[in-house]
Design a binder for this molecule. Structure first.
Ligand code: C2E
Ligand code: SIN
Ligand code: SIN
Ligand code: FE
Length: 420
């Protein structure tokens, strides 16, 4: 049975995993979009500053007067001291470098650029690179310069450092956006939890109701035949209890034991098709009568195989009268050909028939019953299973064979709860 606690745990683990995955996904998208904004923002900063830097200096670039060049250098140097550029280079139209200034204290970033970035790209198109170095955002810009008539008059190359405060603002805004994503997703997860939980509980209740209905039908069908045969359910309860105990002692898994419970309960359902004068005959059956009696396994299989939920009871219903040496009925299977559940059940079925009263016989005691089982070892029964059965038989006999129907029913319901 699925417990409420395990539903909670399973649901929480799944929701947390979903929350993490969605936070990562949406966080990634948000980060990507924010970085595009950052790019646009710092690019504009850089281009505006470049325009301010160059506006009043274009006329000097291609001047042949050395005084003009000096003036140009002085003006650029002044600007650099105040502004954000850490590095500027100016080329005339013949691509001669006429100005080359580094801001003080910018050696580290220059070395970094030398090693990792392209420099001196003198093309006809403006270009820029953004990079991040030692907690600062830098923009490297390559700009061709034109006069009013759109003639190329030179090139500018510069490295712009976004100031510490702006960088901090940008970083903070990115982190804030990511936190918002994570928090929003967490809020959704928390809201979803009770909704999913209640749906899950409904589903589990539904499946429990269905399972109860199936088990109820199992018991109803089983008692229908018991009523004709012996007018109590005790035989069905006992063989089922014996079968589960034996299967557990053999270490079968829960799925196999569930099938075994169904099969045990319904093993003789085919006796519904056997007439009273044979079924309830107080004495020994004639050969002819017994051959009719043998058909109960086939009838039983016909009855249960129509319902999917009962199909796995088929092994026990159809093969519980096979014998290990191949002389049983109806298929005359041998040894391991007989399904394991049927080999298990055959032992407990005979044990119960022996230790109980039948219309045709009085109950045998424990010793005599075990002696008959022992005689069938390797001929009627799987010898290995007999070995295991011998270890638990006395306990079963003492607790179960003389138990009241109500006690048996209670014990059985415990098993049903455990395996269905
Ligand atoms: P059942 O009464 O539930 O018996 C199940 C099985 O237990 C029998 O399968 C048989 O293998 C074993 N068994 C029962 N009583 C004895 C016994 O006194 N000695 C030994 N050695 N084994 C015993 P089986 O023989 O295939 O019988 C199937 C069903 O046919 C029985 O189910 C019972 O309903 C019926 N049946 C069998 N023999 C007679 C009989 O002589 N008279 C009547 N009226 N019915 C019988
Ligand atoms: C970058 O520009 O590569 C990173 C910016 C930041 O994390 O603040
Ligand atoms: C009986 O002994 O009365 C029935 C069991 C059998 O036929 O083997
Ligand atoms: Fe039977």
């Amino acid at each position: 049975m699925i417990s409420a606690k395990s539903i909670h745990r399973r649901l929480i683990v799944r929701l947390l995993a979903a929350w993490l995955a969605i936070s990562l996904l949406i966080g990634g998208i948000v980060f990507f979009m924010k970085m595009r904004d950052v790019d646009e923002f710092v690019k504009n900063l850089t281009f505006n500053e470049t325009r301010a830097l160059l506006d009043d200096k274009k006329d000097y670039i291609n001047s042949t007067n050395p005084k003009d060049l000096d003036t140009l250098k002085k003006m650029m140097a002044e600007h650099i001291m105040k502004g954000h550029f850490v590095l500027v280079e100016l080329y005339d139209k013949s691509k001669n470098r006429i100005v080359d200034f580094d801001a003080k204290g910018s050696e580290d970033v220059e070395n970094y650029i030398e090693k990792h970035k392209e420099t001196h790209i003198l093309s006809y198109k403006a270009r820029y690179n953004r990079f991040y170095f030692e907690k600062n955002i830098y923009i490297q810009i390559f700009l061709p310069l034109y006069d009013k008539e759109s003639n190329l008059i030179g090139h500018f190359e510069g490295v712009y450092r976004v100031d510490a405060k702006t960088t901090k603002d940008i970083t903070r805004s990115i982190i804030l956006s990511l936190l918002q994503v994570v928090a929003a997703m967490l809020a959704i997860t928390i809201i979803l939890y009770p909704i999913i939980l209640s749906m899950d509980k409904d589903l589990i209740k539904l499946s429990r109701d269905l399972s109860e209905a199936n088990v109820g039908m199992l018991e109803t069908l089983g008692s229908a035949v018991a009523k004709r045969d012996s007018d109590t359910n005790a035989h069905n309860y006992r063989v089922t209890l014996y079968a589960v105990e034996l299967a557990e002692a053999m270490g079968l898994d829960a799925g196999e034991i569930m099938s075994l419970i169904k099969g045990s309960f319904l093993h003789d359902i085919g006796k519904i098709a056997i007439s009273d004068n044979i079924l309830l005959k107080p004495g020994k059956l004639t050969e002819e009568e017994f051959s009719v009696m043998k058909t109960h396994v086939g009838h039983g299989y016909d009855i249960i195989s129509k319902y999917n939920w009962l199909k796995d009871a088929g092994d026990v219903v159809k093969y519980h009268h096979e014998k290990y040496e191949g002389t049983g009925y109806l298929s005359k299977l041998k040894g391991g050909e007989i399904p394991l559940n049927a080999r298990i059940f055959a032992i407990v079925d005979v044990f119960d028939a022996l230790t109980s009263k039948r219309p045709y016989k009085e109950p045998f005691g424990y010793e005599k019953s075990m002696q008959i089982i022992e005689e069938g070892r390797g001929t009627h029964f799987d010898p290995q299973i007999v070995e295991t059965f011998k270890k638990i038989a006395k306990k079963l006999y003492d607790t179960t064979s003389t138990g009241e129907e109500a006690f048996l029913e209670d014990t059985l319901h415990k098993f049903v709860k455990k395996y269905f």
